[in-house]
Write a protein that binds this ligand. Sequence first.
Ligand SMILES: Nc1ncnc2c1ncn2[C@@H]1O[C@H](COP(=O)(O)OP(=O)(O)OP(=O)(O)O)[C@@H](O)[C@H]1O
Ligand SMILES: Nc1nc2c(c(=O)[nH]1)N=C(CO)CN2
Length: 185
Amino acid sequence: MSGHDEPLLPGEQVGYLGLGSNVGERRTQLQLAVDALPAHGVRVLRSSAVYDTDPVGEILDQPSFLNACLRIATALEPEQLLAACKAVEREQGRSLDPADGYVRHGPRPIDVDLLLLGERPYASERLTLPHAQVGERRFVLVPLLELDLALTLPDGTRLADRLAALPLDEGVRRAGDPLDVAATA
Ligand SMILES: Nc1ncnc2c1ncn2[C@@H]1O[C@H](COP(=O)(O)OP(=O)(O)OP(=O)(O)O)[C@@H](O)[C@H]1O
Ligand SMILES: Nc1nc2c(c(=O)[nH]1)N=C(CO)CN2
């Protein structure tokens, strides 16, 4: 990880979340996720700008996404933080049931991914930290590095170097100001 200016409370560590939406009022969905996180034990310290991004992954024929990243502070353990992210997704009407139309990599009103938490890696059946794709996706790296250009992976790899190594054809366009975190920090 790297540095930040915001004071931490006892027991807290810094983490980074990735937000995405490509169904409905996309910016509103991202803002609703920011607003919902504090009730789940997640303080939102700072938001990146919002980016309009071409879909990547297994399904390319779907609407473009809005993506943003958040710097957070939390005393939650990794699995608790994943549960908090999933609870926010559920509250905003995202179902993981194929009967409701869920498809891996498919359209979704809100996606809250846990990108980085503290300095130590973590792996379980449900959770991998850092997020397995964090160094591979421009739609994550562009907003993430806006929050801290010096961010590193636990092995010391600079995420800015990962971004520089990616092809330029994954469209990521600045689409709006940072999400409002004033009321939550
Ligand atoms: N760092 C992480 N953040 C969020 N989910 C994770 C992480 N590591 C593993 N997972 C697991 O991945 C599962 C699928 O996540 P999700 O539904 O967001 O997938 P997806 O967005 O379709 O694809 P991708 O995982 O490639 O972004 C989650 O239920 C969770 O258990
Ligand atoms: N541009 C973009 N593409 C995606 C995104 C996303 O948030 N942004 N999320 C996906 C599901 O993991 C699949 N593809």
